[in-house]
Design a protein around this ligand. Structure first.
Ligand SMILES: N[C@@H](CCC(=O)N[C@@H](CS)C(=O)NCC(=O)O)C(=O)O
Length: 225
């Protein structure tokens, strides 16, 4: 037994840990948001406790440990009643979550590219092809339920909404910071990209207006990514 409530371990950034923080907030489950620096993480990793040697990971009140941001998201959302109840819908929510991970992988590849020319090429492809293509497909999915007036699965917020909207909200913040601090003027305005998909953009704002998510964003510590 670990005692206490849930503990979420991640670096002091949004990245892969943030959707899990939103999940706890939206599910109204108290948790300790433990943000380890590099040195603390290396000690933790050496201890062998993180199941896959990575963060994020969660320690449950019973002392059980779970890693993988997507598995944590689903676990917490299920506890909070934020999962689709139909098994096909759940598989479709996993599809949405997996699609967001594809975007994250493409984004990380561009972000960590060292060669400046190659980096520009990757960002261009990401913002001008990969993202708009996926947004069109996500908009069609949204529209297939209640004409897109609610969330991906109708009236109920689910982990699919959290994964999708968190990714784009964090992308917006990351890009705005880079434009301001690093004068990367060539990077686009994320809201302008989203606005081209008006139904999806209204939905994006709807999710951000969910009280628990709104508060989570307002109160979170600031970080560059
Ligand atoms: N697929 C995993 C990826 C986890 C991952 O790559 N974690 C990185 C941080 S984002 C990490 O722990 N890096 C430190 C290390 O491997 O020592 C997930 O979504 O949780």
């Amino acid at each position: 037994m670990s005692g206490g409530g849930y503990k979420l371990y991640y670096f002091p950034v949004r990245a892969r840990g943030e959707m899990d923080r939103w999940a706890f907030a939206a599910a109204k489950i108290d948790f300790e948001d433990i943000r380890l620096n590099r040195e603390e993480w290396l000690k933790e990793k050496e201890s062998g406790r993180p199941p896959l040697g990575q963060m994020p990971f969660v320690v449950t009140p019973e002392g059980k440990i779970l890693a993988q941001s997507g598995a944590i998201l689903k676990y917490i959302c299920k506890k909070g009643g934020l999962s689709p109840s139909d098994s096909f819908d759940e598989a479709q929510a996993d599809m949405i979550l997996g699609g967001v991970d594809d975007l994250r992988v493409a984004m990380v590849k561009a972000h960590f590219q060292k060669d400046e020319e190659e980096k520009k090429k990757l960002w261009k492809e990401f913002f001008e092809t990969t993202v708009p293509d996926r947004l069109g497909k996500y908009e069609a999915l949204l529209k297939s339920r209640d004409e897109g007036k609610g969330f991906f699965f109708g009236e109920k917020l689910t982990y699919a909404d959290i994964a999708f909207v968190e990714f784009f909200q964090s992308l917006k913040v990351n890009v705005d910071i880079q434009k301001e601090k690093e004068k990367k003027e060539h990077l686009p305005d994320i809201e302008e990209i989203l606005k081209k998909f008006s139904l999806l953009y209204e939905y994006y704002k709807r999710v951000l207006a969910v009280e628990e998510i709104k508060t989570c964003i307002e109160k979170r510590p600031q970080s560059d990514f």
